[in-house]
Ligand binder design. Structure first.
Ligand SMILES: [Zn+2]
Length: 280
């Protein structure tokens, strides 16, 4: 049923750029496992599941930000919100919003950071600092920041991946980069543009990650003014996942967040990272 070839534990060394693929497989298991950790503990995930991308169809039945399987909220009985910040990389997306990160750190506001491989390449020292900061959960925002499609569909003018194999590498390329630097594989994935088709979502899940989008549009691709960011965040409900950016320091994002957070705290909200929560 699951098109998982097998669950490979540890030892999957992948020489990715320009070289070839799987070199070493140590142990094979047959059951899919989800990595859930207790709040506050560093997440344990030391493998990707290998999938046989030839077993997936190269046609899909749905396309968008909310296709089946994509998680947009988390379950909580408390007044909790999850802030997520994307770092997209590329020519116009490799900046670092120091004001934002300094504020979160000073105020001890946890957040989940979805980071693209291109951003890591441009900012490796900063990436290490972020990964070592216990406030932040580091997750996977793709290798080339592509919409995740098995047949080359386009979102926001960006041509997506064009086969199940390209979907696989868009995810795993950055999995390996994060693992190389932090020692840990991400457990959550958000594609560049946040678009997917149904088959692509299935492939990500079979590799062993949850696909995470959002329920609250925080900065609309870092295009909102600070007032709009603030207004958007003040609409938050418990269990919301807010999508914002940490790679556009000239945007209104930092100022909007700085203004909204004290008001939300005053209203009884607190902020959490996503690990350990049931995503829906
Ligand atoms: Zn992005």
């Amino acid at each position: 049923m699951l098109r998982v070839l097998s669950l490979i534990i540890v030892g999957v060394a992948i020489f990715f750029q320009g070289c070839s693929e799987v070199v070493f497989i140590e142990k094979v298991n047959s059951q899919k496992q989800l990595d859930v950790r207790k709040k506050g503990e560093f997440p344990e995930k030391d493998s990707n599941q290998l999938v046989d991308w030839t077993s997936y169809p190269s046609h899909s039945t749905s396309w968008g930000e909310n296709v089946t399987g994509v998680k947009t909220t988390f379950y909580t009985e408390n007044k909790e919100i999850a802030l997520t910040f994307d770092a997209c990389g590329g020519q116009y997306g490799s900046g670092y919003d120091e004001k934002l990160i300094d504020f979160l750190t000073k105020e001890q506001i946890p957040a989940t950071l979805f980071i693209n491989k291109r951003w890591i390449t441009e900012n490796e020292e900063l990436f290490v600092e972020l990964a070592e900061n216990r406030l932040f959960q580091i997750e996977n925002h793709g290798t080339e920041h592509l919409p995740l499609s098995v047949n080359g569909r386009t979102a926001w003018g960006i041509q997506g991946t064009n086969s199940p194999e390209e979907v696989f590498w868009e995810v795993v390329g950055n999995q390996e980069e994060v693992k190389r630097i932090t020692g840990r594989y991400p457990t959550m994935f958000r594609s560049g543009t946040a678009y997917y088709d149904d088959v692509a979502v299935e492939i990500v899940e079979d590799i062993g990650l949850q696909v995470v989008n959002y329920s609250l549009l925080g900065d609309a691709g870092a295009t909102f003014s600070s007032q709009k960011v603030k207004h958007a965040l003040l609409q938050a409900k418990p269990g919301d996942i807010a999508l914002l950016h940490m790679n556009q320091p000239q945007s209104g994002t930092a100022q909007g967040v700085i203004e909204a957070i004290p008001i939300l705290e005053e209203a009884g909200f607190s902020f959490v990272t996503l690990e350990g929560y049931e995503l829906r």
